[in-house]
Write a protein that binds this ligand. Sequence first.
Ligand SMILES: [Zn+2]
Length: 297
Amino acid sequence: MSSTPSSDVAAFRAALASSKNIIVLAGAGLSAGSGIKTFRGAGGFWHQHDIQAVASTEGFNEHPSLVWQFYYERREECVLLEAKPNRAHHALASLSDPLVIARVAPSLEAVNSPPLLITQNIDSLSQRALGDFPEEVRKAAEERILEMHGSILTTRCTSCQHIHRSSPSNPSPLAAALAKRDGSDIPLAELPRCGGDGWAGSNRYGRCGGLLRPNVIWFGEVPEHMGEIARKLNWCDMLLVVGTSSLVHPAAGFAANVKKRGGKVAVFNLERSRGDEDADFLFLGPCEETLPQVLGV
Ligand SMILES: [Zn+2]
C-alpha cells in the first residue's frame, strides 16, 4: 500500500491531537543541529582508526587505552564543551509539559505520562533539554526516555557491572590520566576504574576497583530496552520518526509494527529516504526547524 505522505500541518496536528499513545524514535539528525558528529564523522586523530576498533568489545579488550581516549573526547564534546540541546530537543521536551500536552495531545491515555522518547543518540541532550522544567515534570519525563544505545554519561564496571551515571552539569571525573589527551598508551591501572582514581582496595561502598567501560552499545551488542520497546510499540497509535531514515533499522521495523496495527507514522528528516512513502506524514528539513513549527510548540 503505497501513497504519497502528507505534509499538511493542520492534518498532522489533528491526528496528533487524537492520538492516545505517542512514541518518538530519534536518531542522529536530532543532534546534528547541536554539532554532535556521528562516530564516522569524528575528526582528527581518530581518522587513523577503524571504527570497529573503538566501538567493539574486541577493540576494547585489545586496546582499552585507545578506546577510552576516544570516548573521553566524545564525552567532552557532548557534555563539557559547546554542545547544547537545540530547538528540536526543546520541542520534544515541551511534550512533557502538562500544559503543552493539554493543547497538542489532549487525547493521551495517561495524561500525566508524556510521550515515550526512544533515542539512538548517546549524547543525553534530550535529558538536558528538560533542565528548566520543575523537578516533578523533569523526573516524569526522564523516566520516559529510553537510550537504546546507552549514554556517554554512563560507565559500566566490567567486573561487578555497576552502572554509574554522571550528572550532565557536573560530570564525575573519569581518570586523571585521560586528561592528557596525547594519544599515548595509558597503563591499565590508570584507566577509569570502579570507585574512581582514589580507589584503594576498599569495597565499602560496593565499588570493586574493576576496569570501567563506556556504557554504550558497541558493534555486535544488543541494544538496551528492546523488550520494553516492543511492548510499548504494541500500543502506539502515533510514531514520530525524527532525524533518522525510515528505511534503516530500527525505524523501519518500528514503523511497520505501528502501521500494521492501524497507527500513524510521521517522519521528520533532513531529506527523503526510501520507505518514507509508507509514512502518513513527511516533513523535510532540519528537524530543529520542522519540529517546533509543525508541533506548534
Ligand atoms: Zn565494580
